[in-house]
Design a protein around this ligand. Structure first.
Ligand code: SF4
Length: 233
């Protein structure tokens, strides 16, 4: 990285909800120790969202639950942790593309980068090149968000074309499977992962029992919510 890049990137800040060290609780890297950087703000309003403190200003005050943090400070924090994985999540982190780009390109290349996104915003080429895994979670009708807001064909195509994306759907009932199948066919989304919705151990376990057989029949993968099962952050 050049001196000029460092100087300009040091001016960039991100609006964060929180950052912490834990293990990845969902998706293909479940169990992996990592740094989480949770961006504040979202462009959707899912009814079952478990991070409403990133966007629901009818319940939260943004000044209480988010803060502007220099990207250079986030990079230093991650490097000091000696983790080999950072998970950038939200909210919807892709709403802050300059900060996302500065953060990911400021990290040592030994740190793998996973981004969790709702799939409504396309990455820039520079960002796409640096991200190792895109966990794209297009929202279904069960979110209560209108189709035109939650499904963005051009963004899904751009994420799919990185060849580093997987598509994870939150399931509240087996009737969701037909909608997932239609979306996967129409937008050529693969591999497909399905994960039960739930913020309690009982709900997650019941959901896993419900979906694992039908998911296997369709050739899909299943994800648990390990952090919910063990009561972690
Ligand atoms: S896209 Fe994610 S963060 Fe945004 S409202 Fe839906 S579940 Fe919450």
């Amino acid at each position: 990285m050049t001196t000029e890049q460092r100087t300009s990137d040091s001016d960039i800040s991100a609006i964060l909800a929180e950052k912490f060290v834990s293990f990845q609780g969902e998706g293909p890297l479940t169990g992996q120790r990592c740094a989480f950087v949770r961006f504040s703000r979202c462009n959707l309003t899912c009814g079952w969202c478990d991070t409403k403190y990133t966007w629901d200003w009818s319940q939260y005050k943004s000044v209480d639950v988010s803060a502007r943090v220099p990207v250079a400070d986030i990079v230093d924090w991650i490097h000091a942790l000696s983790v080999d994985l950072v998970v950038i999540t939200g909210g919807e982190p892709m709403l802050q593309l300059p900060a996302m780009t500065a953060l990911t390109t400021g990290l040592d290349t030994s740190v793998r980068v996973q981004v969790e996104t709702n799939g409504t915003k396309a990455p820039t080429f520079k960002l796409a090149e640096r991200v190792d895994l895109w966990v794209v979670s297009p929202k279904l009708a069960n979110s209560g968000v209108p189709y035109s807001r939650r499904i963005a064909p051009a963004a899904l195509a751009a994420l799919r074309s990185t060849s580093r994306a997987m598509f994870k759907f939150v399931v509240t009932d087996l009737v969701d499977f037909d909608e997932i199948g239609r979306l996967a066919n129409e937008f050529d989304l693969a591999p497909v992962w399905v994960m039960p919705e739930g913020d309690t151990r009982e709900k997650v376990l019941a959901g896993m029992n419900l979906i694992h057989g039908p998911a296997a029949e369709r050739g899909w993968n299943v994800s648990t919510r390990l952090h919910t099962l063990v009561g972690a952050q």
